[in-house]
Design a protein around this ligand. Structure first.
Ligand SMILES: [Cu+2]
Length: 343
C-alpha cells in the first residue's frame, strides 16, 4: 500500500466503494456499485456564494486559538506507527477560530434549508449504519462489508434518517450530523463562512494546550474513574455497556471541554479534516502544513462512539485514519474553522 492510498480502518468507518457485496445485498443489484465507481461524476451540488450568511450556526460557538508552535504527532508505544502518527515534529500555526463542538443536526438542517443542498448519501441512496441500531428487518436485508459485519449498508440512510427509512432526528437536534461526506462537510463550511480544519489545526486544537498528552484532557483515559469522552465500553461489537452514558452519539457539547474549551475532540464522531491522507511525515519543522497536494482519501480524526482499546484505540489525540471523500457513515461528522475575525 502506498502512503497516499486510502487507509481506512474499517472497524472505524468503512469506505463507500469498499465492499461490492454491499451494493448487491442492499437490494439494488449493481446500481449502487456503478454509482460508487462513477463517484467522480457525482459531485456535490455547488453552494451559492452569494446570499449565504457570513457565519453559520457553528460559528457562534467558535473559539479563537492563538496558534504558535506545538509538537504534532506521537511516538507513544501505544500508538500506531503504520498510521503515520509520528514522528513528533514541531509545527507552527497562525491564529484561527474553531467550532467549540461538531456541527449539529440543527445547524446542518439550517444549511440544507437555506441552500437546498443534497448530500452525497442522499444522491447515492445509501449509507453505513451500525447494525445494532437497526430494526431486525432492515438489518437482515442489508449488505455488510467483509471483515466488519457490524456495519450495514442501508438503503435510504442519510443525515435526515440516520437509522434508515422511517427514522428521524427527533431528540437528536443537538447531536452531531452524521452520514455526511467530506464534500458535504466542505460545502457546509463554505456556507458557514469557514473551511474544514487542516489536520495540524485539528490536532493543535484537540491537544487543548497540553504538550504530548495522550488524550485532550491528559494521559489517563478515565481520570478518577470519570468518563471524559463517548467511546465503547464492553466487548465490541456484541455488548456496549454505555458506561459513559451513550450507546450512539452524544450531544455535541456533552462531557467537559478540553483546555481550549472544545468539546468531544476525542470520541463521539470522527471528524473530517481538509488534508489528503499520507503517512509520510518528516521530522522537520513545518509552518501551517496542509497535507499533500493530491490524494485519494481524506484525513479523519478523533475516533467515535464505536472505538475501543481492544481493537481500535484511535480516540487518542494523535490517532488518525482516512476515508475516500464520498464515504459516509453513522459515526463520521465534522467541525469548521474560520480565518475571518482572527486579528
Ligand atoms: Cu475506531
Amino acid at each position: 500500500m502506498g502512503e497516499t492510498e486510502p487507509h481506512s480502518h474499517a472497524c472505524c468507518a468503512p469506505g463507500r466503494a469498499e465492499p461490492a457485496e454491499v451494493a448487491e445485498a442492499a437490494g439494488d443489484g449493481g446500481r449502487l456499485l456503478s454509482l460508487a465507481v462513477a463517484s467522480p461524476g457525482v459531485r456535490a451540488a455547488s453552494v451559492p456564494s452569494t446570499g449565504a450568511p457570513a457565519a453559520g450556526a457553528g460559528a457562534d460557538a467558535a473559539v479563537r486559538l492563538a496558534g504558535g508552535t506545538f509538537l504534532m504527532g506521537t511516538e507513544d508505544p501505544e500508538g500506531f506507527a503504520a498510521d503515520g502518527e509520528g514522528p513528533v515534529r514541531p509545527v507552527t500555526l497562525r491564529p484561527f477560530l474553531i467550532d467549540a463542538h461538531a456541527v449539529s443536526n440543527a445547524a446542518f438542517a439550517a444549511f440544507a434549508a437555506d441552500t437546498g443542498y443534497v448530500t452525497e448519501a442522499e444522491r447515492f441512496g445509501w449509507s453505513y449504519v451500525f447494525a445494532r441500531f437497526l430494526p431486525a428487518a432492515l438489518r437482515r436485508g442489508a449488505g455488510r462489508p467483509d471483515g466488519t459485519p457490524w456495519w450495514c449498508g442501508v438503503q435510504g440512510a442519510c443525515w435526515r434518517e440516520p437509522f434508515g427509512p422511517g427514522s428521524t432526528l427527533e431528540g437528536l437536534a443537538d447531536h452531531p450530523v452524521v452520514h455526511v461526506s467530506w464534500s458535504d462537510a466542505a460545502a457546509y463550511a463554505r456556507w458557514a463562512g469557514g473551511r474544514l480544519p487542516t489536520e495540524a489545526e485539528w490536532e493543535f486544537a484537540a491537544r487543548g494546550g497540553l504538550e504530548q498528552a495522550r488524550y485532550p484532557w491528559g494521559d489517563e483515559l478515565t481520570p478518577g474513574g470519570e468518563h471524559r469522552c463517548n467511546i465503547w465500553q464492553g466487548a465490541f461489537p456484541a455488548r456496549n455497556t454505555a458506561e459513559d452514558g451513550y450507546e450512539g452519539t452524544a450531544p455535541v457539547d456533552a462531557f467537559a471541554p478540553n483546555g481550549y474549551g472544545l468539546h468531544n475532540m476525542a470520541g463521539n464522531v470522527w471528524e473530517w479534516c481538509a488534508d489528503w491522507w499520507t503517512t509520510g511525515h518528516s521530522a522537520g519543522r513545518r509552518s501551517n502544513p496542509a497535507g499533500p497536494a493530491t490524494g485519494t482519501a481524506r484525513v479523519m480524526r478523533g475516533g467515535s462512539y464505536l472505538c475501543h482499546r481492544s481493537y481500535c484505540n484511535r480516540y487518542r489525540v494523535a490517532a488518525r485514519t482516512s476515508n475516500t471523500p464520498d464515504s459516509t457513515t453513522g459515526n463520521l461528522g465534522f467541525r469548521c474553522v474560520y480565518d475571518s475575525g482572527v486579528s
